[in-house]
Design a protein around this ligand. Structure first.
Ligand code: MN
Ligand code: MN
Length: 368
């Protein structure tokens, strides 16, 4: 029914529609839902650890981006694996996490993360994720392909467990019996000791890659401060390895509005970190839809569709927003109007020119 989405380029987001074939999910008479209650779903559970995902299976509109909420108990490791069809962008919400990632040049990097930090692993690069310390950790993973499933990763135990022992013996120059007690099926979550406080060197010794996979987002000065809140933003300009994804955290005061806007070059994936938000979606031909997103809910805005975000609650709200392009672009409605002469606006809306004297002279972005 759906055409499989093509790999996403570093220049733009979802290129799958550029052959002008309408997307059946978003070209009907009504806009489909763009909300999924991620934290209320079950996902894959091991004791107190879990992975819950939002792909096109759970949220059909989300063709450009998939996401996962993952919690891991102390001593739990998300085993060595890679993703054949997606890069991985992550935001840590609780606890401490360690990752080790390999690149095609044989360079490996180990990093420790705290809440507010992000990582980026290019598509296909092998990695492992460990809980650090005595407390559980929680993080949000975002993938630049809505068809990507966290439960279809290429795991090291799955591979070695299905390769003949003689082949492995030759591969590693070891006796075949070495592999007698290796797992036969995918481990996914491995359980072991709490990792050492200081990371141990890899077998090959330290060999650092030219670009780091770690960026501390929330510990940095905000990208911008507005009447109604704060924006942190990280794109490839600040975090060069993240060539296909951009991340934003918006902190919105009660009543704050991220104004009507669209993104020419990317789809938008949303995860509510705290609070309750109203998100509106405009899809041409009079199609309008509004969803209320609560903490732990996911929203998705297709590339180029109009939308807005408003804090409905009495407290500050925070929303994590990830785009499938390393370059942030937005056109805000106030900016668009401010970029036109009064006679154009007057004719377009059939209004007296004086009506437009009170409109903003510059981009609003966020207000309240
Ligand atoms: Mn991964
Ligand atoms: Mn947006």
């Amino acid at each position: 029914m759906f055409s499989f989405s093509l790999p996403v380029s570093s220049e733009g987001g979802d290129t799958s529609f550029q052959n002008n074939v309408p997307d059946p999910v978003t070209s009907g008479d009504e806009l489909p839902t763009f909300k999924f209650e991620l934290e209320r779903s079950t996902g894959r559970v091991l004791g107190g650890s879990y992975g819950k995902e939002a792909t096109v299976s759970q949220l059909p509109i989300s063709k450009g981006i998939a996401g996962v909420s993952m919690r891991m108990e102390p001593g739990i490791m998300r085993e060595l694996h890679w993703h054949a069809t997606a890069a991985e962008w992550a935001f840590v919400t609780e606890g401490r996490v360690r990752t080790t990632v390999i690149d095609p040049q044989g360079c490996a990097e180990t990093n420790d993360f705290e809440p507010g930090d992000i990582w980026y692993f290019p598509r296909g690069h092998g990695h492992v994720i460990e809980t650090l310390g005595e407390k559980p950790c929680h993080f949000i993973l975002v993938f630049d392909n809505g068809y990507f499933s966290e439960f279809g990763t290429f795991s090291i135990t799955d591979w070695i467990g299905h390769a003949p022992k003689e082949l492995l013996a030759k591969n590693f120059g070891l006796p075949a019996s070495t592999f007698d007690s290796f797992p036969k099926e995918e481990v996914y979550f491995a359980r072991g000791k709490i990792p050492p406080a200081v990371p141990q060197p890899p077998l090959q010794g330290w060999k650092a890659p030219p670009l780091t996979h770690k960026h501390s987002l929330l510990s940095q000065k905000p990208f911008e401060t507005f009447e109604g809140g704060i924006e942190w933003r990280v794109e490839a300009a600040q975090f060069p390895i993240s060539s296909t994804m951009t991340g934003v955290v918006l902190e919105m005061e009660p009543g704050a509005l991220r104004e009507l806007h669209w993104h020419p070059n990317a789809a938008e994936w949303q995860y509510v970190l705290s609070g309750q938000l109203s998100v509106t979606l405009f899809g041409s031909k009079g199609r309008w839809r509004q969803e209320v997103l609560n903490q732990g809910d996911v929203g998705y805005i297709p590339q180029g569709f109009g939308h807005s975000i408003e804090n409905l609650g009495a407290d500050k709200a925070r929303i994590l927003i990830v785009f499938n392009s390393g370059h942030y672009q937005t056109i805000d409605l106030s900016q668009w109007i401010a970029g036109n002469p009064v006679d154009v606006l007057s004719t377009n809306f059939g209004q007296d020119p004086s009506v437009f004297e009170g409109f903003p002279r510059k981009d609003v972005f966020m207000t309240k």
